[in-house]
Write a protein that binds this ligand. Structure first.
Ligand SMILES: NC(=O)c1ccc[n+]([C@@H]2O[C@H](COP(=O)([O-])OP(=O)(O)OC[C@H]3O[C@@H](n4cnc5c(N)ncnc54)[C@H](O)[C@@H]3O)[C@@H](O)[C@H]2O)c1
Length: 425
């Protein structure tokens, strides 16, 4: 294929080296004359292990040229890849001016009659990190303004986030953790499939916004992991505990710790252990002067989520609406009510004046004992009056049913509206 790469920084130069090594020919475009000169001399403008050799080889076999002006580079190109920078702006948002400039330049360089030349639309794939909505709200309008309402006949916009890490960029390019292709309808794109041929990785075809947010989620998660590790490290150090041994134990648990567990957006955390032990670690960390800001924010974050769920459930409900909540314990198949988010939900709903019934087959108030009994009556004194049996739940006349866990699957509720707060789609 003929590929034009815009932005010859770390991402763009890696793409130049890797794509030419796959047998495609590449024209690199950058506003920096120094970078363009280096590439035209067969030299890598950036330091990245293995890249100098790939670029020298590409120059040698005539697959690489670079320019500061697009000129007619796009005329017979199959794909344009945009890798320009999106640095932080003063308010923290990405500075999108380079994306806007390069998009205008590409739009101006595409022949208006491209659709008639038999070439098909030019795939323009953005790899720069940019906020969700950028393709729809900024880039597509630029192409529409330049090429008219039928711009999709001349150009196929794709968002294809880049997951490489500097210093291992070439290895990462050919062995990415995943490939994400964002298109206008969430379907595949033949040119992008051809570009990724031979690269083994799970592939996700999604809409633009899902693809655009991927890097934010990944990078923020990585930052959370580093901050968490360092907070635990500080607590350990202050308590003269071996942080490296603790780390070994932590990562050996691939069932609950290093695993997809607890990563699906859904319900708040609760139960007899998580809130209690987070609270206690906060105390220990404070007591030892460890300043654990991330850990300190967990319970507040969880309360914010409970509030969000309350709003989700009550949005649009008439005052005094009848609500059936299914699943009061902190998870299915237990009668443990301690710090169950569903108890908070019921209390908030009752406080707000809704008429609430609760069904939970695991719960018999007369069997509650100890801490569990104390918690239930302290936080939901009317528990005896709100609980209903299965038959009552199934024939009850409710305005809405709130599911907190899979207990809902046991009920025949006809076509009552159900809000499942254990899942965010
Ligand atoms: N560096 C990484 O490890 C990495 C990894 C994944 C994603 N990203 C994302 O990829 C994007 C590029 O990152 P980078 O580190 O390669 O940036 P960089 O700053 O190294 O390179 C950006 C290049 O774009 C060029 N440029 C700016 N405006 C241009 C224009 N109008 N036309 C042509 N070229 C233009 C600049 O001169 C520069 O050479 C960013 O959005 C970044 O967040 C970076």
């Amino acid at each position: 294929m003929k590929v034009v790469i815009f932005g010859l920084g770390y991402v763009g130069c890696t793409a130049v080296g890797c794509i030419t090594s796959q047998g495609h020919s590449v024209i690199g475009v950058d506003v920096s004359a120094a970078k363009v000169e280096a590439l035209n001399a067969g030299l890598s403008p950036i330091r990245e292990p293995g890249l100098a050799e790939l670029i020298a080889a590409a120059k040698e076999n005539g697959r690489l040229s670079a320019t500061v002006e697009i000129g007619d580079a796009l005329n017979d190109a199959d794909i344009a890849i945009v890798c320009v920078g999106t640095p932080s702006g003063v308010d923290g948002a990405h500075n999108m001016s380079y994306i806007a400039q390069v998009s205008r330049a590409i739009a101006a360089a595409i022949k208006p009659n491209r659709a008639e030349t038999g070439k098909g639309p030019l795939t323009v794939a953005y790899r720069s990190t940019m906020r969700p909505g950028t393709v729809d709200m900024m880039i597509a309008p630029i192409f529409r303004a330049a090429l008219g309402d039928s711009f999709k006949q001349g150009v196929e916009l794709v968002y294809n986030p880049e997951f490489l890490r500097e210093a291992t960029a070439i290895e990462d390019y050919f062995n990415p953790p995943k490939i994400v292709i964002g298109t206008h309808n969430g379907g595949p794109c033949a040119t992008m499939d051809a570009l990724h041929e031979g690269i083994e990785a799970p592939i996700f075809h999604v809409g633009y916004r899902e693809a655009e947010i991927t890097k934010f989620v990944d990078n923020t998660w990585h930052a959370v992991k580093v901050a968490f590790a360092n907070e635990i490290g500080r607590v350990c150090e202050n308590l003269e505990i071996s942080a490296s041994q603790v780390h070994q134990i932590f990562v050996s648990d691939t069932k609950l710790n290093i695993s997809p567990y607890y990563t699906r957006p859904g319900g708040p955390f609760g139960g007899s252990c998580l809130p209690k032990d987070v609270r206690a670690l906060q105390y220990i960390a404070g007591d030892s002067g460890s300043n654990t800001h991330l850990v300190d924010s967990l319970l507040r974050s969880n309360e914010a989520h409970k509030h969000h769920q309350f709003q989700r459930v009550t949005q649009g409900l008439e005052p005094e609406a009848r609500i059936l909540l299914v699943g009061l314990s902190f998870k299915a198949d237990t009668d443990d009510l301690r710090e169950s988010p569903a108890v908070d939900m019921v209390r908030k709903l009752l406080d707000a004046g809704y008429r609430v019934s609760v069904y939970d087959p695991s719960l018999k108030p007369e069997n509650l004992v100890g801490q569990n009994l104390g918690y239930a009556y302290a936080f939901l004194p009317t528990i005896d009056t709100v609980l209903v049996d299965k038959a009552t739940a199934e024939k009850g006349n409710y305005d809405v049913v709130v599911a907190t866990n899979r207990t809902i699957n046991d009920l025949m509720l006809g076509d009552l509206p159900v809000i499942d707060v254990s899942k965010i789609a």
